[in-house]
Design a protein around this ligand. Structure first.
Ligand SMILES: [Mg+2]
Length: 272
């Protein structure tokens, strides 16, 4: 772990002509709220991101576990930036167009098998197909029927786990079978592939799913910086640690100052 101030200054001193800020949303740009759609960005964040967006050679992209459309709504009125939603299962372009990159072939096959098996067992009405997942609902069932559904699903799904990235996640009133790929590291690698040669990037995130992204930054070369945004320090693959919101705002100010000092033309967007 770098000394925070020094590390930040070293990074900004080397901020290149093309600089892309990659940011997680919940816990990083916004505090947690029990009511998820009330988690608006910290005061001062949107203004700074707007400045980064309008600075030549500088841009930002959001990577979140939320659906991309939710992030877009929470960050209004700011628009015109790319969002990798659902850990990269969805990509919303800067113009608002939504793309769903193809699932891993083995995952897609396993999900199809799982669906077919439960349909054959007469559970079609209880199934919900999701982006990258399949949910089985039994909230309205009698306890014995719910238990039977749970047991059948577990028996059918468990063998699929060994040959896919799929995991079984219980929720209140059902079970979900879902992909664990892409993760935020995969999203970061896709984003960095579109960064101009010699471009710099930083990834800001707070939780354990961001560690995949920090590792991807660390493996992808020099000039890439992972920043843990969190009240308390924890063991991390990030090289810097800042506390929200003051440390975050300070980092964004440093970024803006460095980006403005850099004459440039090419603007990174996080998309190829
Ligand atoms: Mg987060």
């Amino acid at each position: 772990m770098m000394d925070t101030k020094q590390g930040q200054q070293d990074f900004f001193r080397a901020l290149a002509a093309a600089s892309l800020l990659i940011v997680d949303y919940d816990g990083t740009l916004a505090p947690f709220r029990v009511e998820r759609m009330k988690a608006r960005p910290y005061a001062g964040v949107l203004e700074r991101l707007a400045t980064i967006q309008s600075t030549p050679g500088s841009g930002f992209v959001v990577v979140s576990g939320r659906p991309a459309a939710e992030v877009a709504r929470l960050m209004e009125p700011l628009a015109g930036f790319a969002i990798y939603g659902a850990h990269g299962l969805e990509v919303m372009e800067a113009d608002g167009q939504l793309e769903r990159p193809a699932l891993d072939e083995r995952d897609a096959r396993a999900l199809k098998t799982a669906r077919g098996q439960l349909e054959d067992l007469g559970m079609t009405a209880a199934l919900e197909e999701k982006a990258g997942g399949l949910a089985l609902h039994w909230r309205d069932e009698e306890p014995h029927a719910a238990e039977r559904m749970r047991a059948l699903a577990l028996r059918q799904w468990t063998p699929l786990l060994a040959r896919s990235s799929l995991r079984i996640l219980p929720f209140d009133g059902g079970l979900e079978l879902r992909v664990t790929k892409p993760d935020k590291g995969d999203a970061v690698r896709a984003i960095l592939a579109g960064l101009p040669a010699g471009g710099r990037a930083a990834y800001l995130g707070d939780d354990v799913t961001d560690e995949d992204a920090f590792r991807a930054m660390g493996e992808s070369g020099a000039g890439l910086l992972g920043v843990l945004v969190r009240e308390e320090w924890r063991e991390t693959a990030a090289r810097l640690w800042v506390r929200p919101p003051e440390g975050l705002l300070d980092f964004l100010d440093g970024w803006i100052e460095a980006a403005r000092a850099e004459p440039t033309s090419e603007k990174p967007t996080g998309r190829r």
